[in-house]
Design a protein around this ligand. Structure first.
Ligand code: FMN
Length: 362
């Protein structure tokens, strides 16, 4: 039986356990540049024992940022600024992952700890946001313009350029953000995509952009390097994207060389009611894993060691991604190992702390 602290080998990368740091926006950049915050924040979680540390959603174009303070990888200086953080993560024995994102119609918004709403151009926002169709997320967001075929092709090219830069920066894993109502998800869902060209209408057309991005990124991302896609398995709304479509999409993505479906949900319908509860998205990861035959990551309200162990042991998912619990405690994996009676290596610098209750060594 496979457990939380067993290794996971994907292509040329061996993860030391099944725990990943889920991507989390830090809204702490100027011009998309990583800072010491990223080194300390992501670095601490690598020290804390996670096997795979993802950056936050990292914008592939300036207008693809959620907020003006988002991390970016649309130029070489931004990739250079990430090198030190990537190297540090890897020195701690973790793999370094980067989540590529384009915010689509949810762009140019204020970061959560500022007043809510759209950021005006006078404060570094951008009035023109693109989406599959001219439908706003809600009346507190900008009304997007319907992207032209040329703009869609430019987005794919931006993902490819970002992949090339990420390789140079030393990343091990790329995750494409196809969830939470951002651009790639907006194309998938009939509620946000009402196009009548080859990017809208049928399942094949709505999934075309994501499939094109995957194909183009896979072509430049080495065979040895894993490629993940995060999806929202359901819009939690009538007539929206749902689990059967997610399973069919996951089958197609597997054929295109995707290694893992990081299975989240929601974010595309402002009025959706989501039945939150411990591990509430795990059944989606389980269904996709079983019915599409692809590795999955489970995420969402996974907070305790036994619960995480159970997800892996019962083969509902191949890895767990934790977000808020790893904000509360960057060393959660080390503590979870102790709780589960697993003997994992502590950083040499922290050996004298050791597990709680162990005899003190001088
Ligand atoms: C501060 C914060 C920032 C987040 N930013 C991102 C992001 O950049 N990309 C993403 O896919 N999800 C993002 N999320 C969602 C998390 O990755 C995760 O899916 C969600 O919080 C549920 O997991 P949890 O219950 O372990 O927190 C963010 C969540 C938080 C709390």
């Amino acid at each position: 039986m496979t457990g939380l602290f067993d290794e996971l080998k994907i292509r040329g990368v061996t993860l030391r356990n099944r725990i990943a740091v889920s991507p989390m926006c830090q809204y702490s950049c100027v011009d998309g540049m990583a800072t010491d915050w990223h080194l300390v924040h992501l670095g601490s979680r690598a020290v804390g024992g996670a096997a795979l540390v993802f950056t936050e959603a990292t914008a592939v174009t300036p207008e693809g940022r959620i907020s003006p303070q988002d991390l970016g990888i649309w130029n070489d200086a931004q990739a250079d600024a990430l090198v030190r953080t990537v190297a540090f993560i890897r020195e701690q024995g973790a793999a370094a992952g980067i989540q590529f994102a384009h915010a689509g119609r949810k762009a140019s918004m204020r970061r959560p700890w500022d007043l809510p709403g759209v950021v005006p151009e006078s404060e570094g926002g951008w009035a023109r946001v693109g989406a599959p169709s001219a439908i706003p997320f809600s009346d507190t967001f900008l009304v997007p313009h319907e992207m032209t075929a040329g703009e869609i092709a430019d987005v794919t090219a931006a993902f490819v350029a970002a992949a090339r830069r990420s390789l140079t920066a030393g990343f091990d894993v790329i995750e494409l953000h196809g969830a939470h109502g951002y651009l790639l998800h907006e194309f998938l869902s009939p509620l946000s995509n009402t196009r009548t060209d080859r990017y809208g209408g049928s399942f094949e057309n709505r999934t075309r952009l994501l499939r094109e991005v995957v194909t183009a990124v896979r072509a430049v991302w080495p065979e040895t390097h894993p490629l993940f896609v995060r999806i929202s398995a359901t819009d939690w709304a009538e007539g929206g994207w749902d689990l059967p479509q997610s399973i069919e999409l996951s089958r197609a993505l597997k054929q295109l060389g995707v290694d893992m479906i990081d299975t989240s949900s929601g974010g595309n319908v402002a009025t959706a009611t989501i039945p939150l509860g411990p591990g509430y998205q795990v059944p989606f990861a389980e269904a996709i894993r079983r019915d599409a035959g692809i590795a999955t990551g489970a995420v969402g309200l996974i907070t305790d060691a036994e619960q995480a162990e159970q997800v892996i042991q019962s083969e509902q998912a191949d890895m767990v991604l934790l977000a808020r619990e790893l904000l509360r405690d960057p060393y959660w994996p080390l503590a979870a190992a102790q709780e589960l009676g697993q003997n994992i290596a502590w950083p040499a610098q922290y050996l004298r702390a050791g597990p709680k209750g162990a005899p003190r060594r001088n």
